[in-house]
Design a protein around this ligand. Structure first.
Ligand code: NOJ
Ligand code: CA
Length: 668
């Protein structure tokens, strides 16, 4: 038996491909195979060297034979595509979408002769492929048990990953191990090959399907693991042909930094379906939030209630004084007084009934008078049916009161929704779309916490403007492990952030937390400023309390100045878990903003200003760690200095342990 299996795999790898396609510059090459049993597989090579070796394709289905063998090739059609499209908002205004496509049409040779297509789009920066289930009498309504797709790396490389289905959704610190030690993990998972190539494995355009997690095994083998409906229902996806899967994506680059500006997953999403989206505005915001996490005030009503009319006015005044557009208010509505985070507790939430001490009429009038808007908050406690039953009323309420954005939340214990279904399965993916659709109807932008991972839907629905979906800065306030270690923000630019914008909520200026003596924000103050550039999000919070900003108005100036919408992004350098430096040019402006940060190690880095316009003069304001700054012992020490810069100049930065630097480069 063993002999036979190894003989069969030798034959498979020695086979000649039934179809082949290369990227426009011929960097990337995909070969597709059918072995003697008619089992389809593919391989991916970069500059002639294997990235993925013989990797299986196919499905097992409920009450039907697997769609995985006995296939013969019907056709293999190639085509080319090259266009440059414009993002309504984003980290890059113009994005080139240039690929060669191969559509492989397969049909079973015997039995029901079911059909299955696989479409490969090969870019110079990676690969996307998806399955199509063509319309056919032999396959109409069907249920997928498992997707058999493999991503078998050529060796057992090292990977950065977070565990999937492990009880706390996406809110984990990253681990760094060989692929064989990963187990079941979320995507994006980022791999560094033994040859020094960086590969991020993820998916794009996740609609009406379940989330793909992946499982690592010996020798660098990786396989897709779809999230099933629930613990007791092994079916993962219910579909009706014609149908298609999300794209399975591999972003491939020669440096870690280059991954940051790899837009492959966005390119694999459909163009904007919302038409005129000028109502969706990137923005900076403040709000009644950090004081809740610090337990200075509470979500629940009563004497400690944070979301009072008077307190909200204080934040509106602060926002208006310093040029912020939005004021987030959490705990403004009915439902917070019970144990809302426990199973079923979220059913108490009402999304259009404010608490008695929150005068929504007066506050929306006051906000409008001051030129700001309130950002609504829909914490659901993962009680989806309760939320969906109020969805129209909830968004109508937001629009009546001029709330142009809403933050949603799905806090729960474990991986299951209140109805027992898995949080990242097909049911939730459809729910997330229902929210996006309703929000679009009422012209509201959505910032989703504890939602499903981003797979680039913002291209199609630009009102899904940001998400959390990782450990954000909230952990620094209360996490029993002491909060996010300094390397966290040096890892996520190369992992989580490849999926899309993140509402990390930076901006802590009080870094030791008197009301939370066991916790501390594990960064220097200058590193907090760097996060506004390093962590891309079109909505960025200045999360700290107004009184903490008032004490450091010179440093606060950076948060006031920094843009949230970009013409272009340059990843200047970085290594995963070590450091990162990014420059971004503000849209409709000549100004640049730069952020650089390090892990727990001090580091000196040089920023070469070769991206500036020739002949222009700029003033650089540099916000950097003080000489004695240290994320643990002396986090609040910083310096601000100005210097003239022009194209080609080099700026040296000394980053403290757990530190960083931010630079605004203003054209004169
Ligand atoms: C978790 C979110 O990430 C956080 O920002 C929010 O304040 C709480 N849930 C309460 O909704
Ligand atoms: Ca969260």
């Amino acid at each position: 038996m063993t002999l036979l299996t190894s003989l069969a795999s030798t034959i498979a790898s020695a086979q000649t491909p039934v179809a082949t396609i290369s990227s426009p510059e011929k960097n990337m090459r995909v070969d597709v195979f059918l072995n003697a049993q008619g089992e389809p597989s593919y391989q991916l090579a970069y500059k002639g060297k294997p990235v993925l070796v013989d990797s299986r394709l196919g499905f097992t289905l409920k009450n039907q034979p697997a769609l995985a063998q006995d296939f013969e090739l019907l056709s293999a059609k190639t085509s080319k595509f090259d266009e440059t499209w414009e993002q309504p908002w984003g980290e890059e205004r113009l994005i080139r979408n240039n690929y060669n496509q191969l559509r492989v049409a397969l049909r079973e040779a015997h039995g029901a002769k079911r059909k299955l297509n696989v479409i490969f789009r090969v870019y110079d920066q990676g690969l996307g492929f998806r399955y199509e289930f063509p319309k056919q009498d032999q396959l109409h309504n069907f249920e997928i048990l498992r997707e058999l797709t493999e991503f078998n790396f050529a060796a057992d490389h090292n990977a950065w990953w977070t565990p999937a289905q492990a009880g706390n959704q996406y809110e984990y610190l990253y681990q760094h191990t060989p692929i064989s030690k990963m187990g079941l993990v979320h995507t994006p998972v980022t791999v560094k090959t033994t040859e020094g190539i960086y590969v991020a494995l993820h998916e794009a355009a996740l609609h009406n399907y379940s989330t793909m997690n992946v499982t690592g095994a010996a020798k660098g083998k990786v396989s897709a693991t779809l999230v099933p409906v629930s613990k007791n229902q092994p079916v993962a996806v219910t579909l009706q042909a014609p149908a298609e899967t999300p794209w399975r994506t591999l972003q491939v680059e020669e440096s870690a930094a280059a991954l940051i500006t790899n837009y492959l997953t966005l390119n694999l999403n459909e163009p904007n379906k919302l038409g005129d989206v000028s109502w969706i505005k990137p923005a900076k915001y403040v709000g009644i939030w950090w004081e809740l996490h610090l337990e200075k005030t509470s979500w629940k009503s009563g004497p400690t209630h944070g979301a009072t009319t008077a307190n909200t006015k204080k934040y509106i005044d602060f926002a208006a004084r310093h040029g912020f557009s939005g004021v987030l208010v959490e705990g403004w509505n009915k439902g917070w007084d019970g144990e809302w985070w426990k199973p079923g507790g979220g059913n108490a939430f009402n999304f259009y009934t404010p608490t008695q001490d929150f005068d929504v009429e007066e506050l929306s009038r006051y906000a409008q008078e001051k030129g700001v808007y309130i950002i609504g908050h829909h914490e659901t406690g993962a009680a989806i049916e309760n939320y969906e039953s109020q969805l129209e009323d909830a968004f109508n309420f937001l629009s009546i009161y001029g709330m142009k954005a809403v933050k949603t939340g799905y806090v729960e214990a474990g991986e299951e929704l209140v109805n027992g279904l898995y949080h990242h399965g097909q049911f939730y993916v459809k729910h997330a779309q229902n929210v996006i659709d309703m929000a679009a109807k009422y012209k509201v932008a959505v910032v989703a916490h504890e939602t499903v991972k981003d797979t680039g839907e913002r291209r199609t629905y630009p009102n899904i403007i940001s998400r959390e979906v990782a450990r954000g800065q909230e952990y620094d306030a209360w996490s029993a492990d002491g909060g996010n270690p300094p390397n966290h923000t040096a890892i996520i630019p190369f992992t989580r952030l490849l999926a899309g914008p993140m509402d990390f909520t930076p901006g802590a200026f009080e870094l030791t937390l008197p009301s939370r003596p066991k916790n501390q924000v594990n960064t220097t103050l200058a590193k907090q400023l760097a996060l506004y550039v390093v962590i891309y999000s079109p909505v960025q919070m200045a999360s700290d309390l107004p009184e903490h900003y008032e004490q450091h108005l010179d440093a606060f100036q950076f948060i006031k100045d920094v843009a949230v919408d970009w013409e272009t992004t340059r990843a200047l350098g970085g290594e995963i878990g070590e450091y990162v430096a990014i420059a971004r040019k503000a849209r409709a402006s000549n100004n640049w903003f730069i952020g650089a940060l390090t892990n727990e190690k001090a580091r000196s880095i040089k920023i070469k200003m070769d991206f500036l316009d020739a002949g222009k003069k700029y003033t650089a304001r540099i916000y950097q760690d003080g000489k004695q700054a240290h994320y643990e012992k002396n986090p609040g020490s910083y310096e601000v200095r100005d210097m003239d810069v022009a194209i080609g100049d080099e700026v040296s930065l000394q980053l403290a342990p757990g530190g960083g630097a931010a630079i605004s480069v203003i054209a004169r």
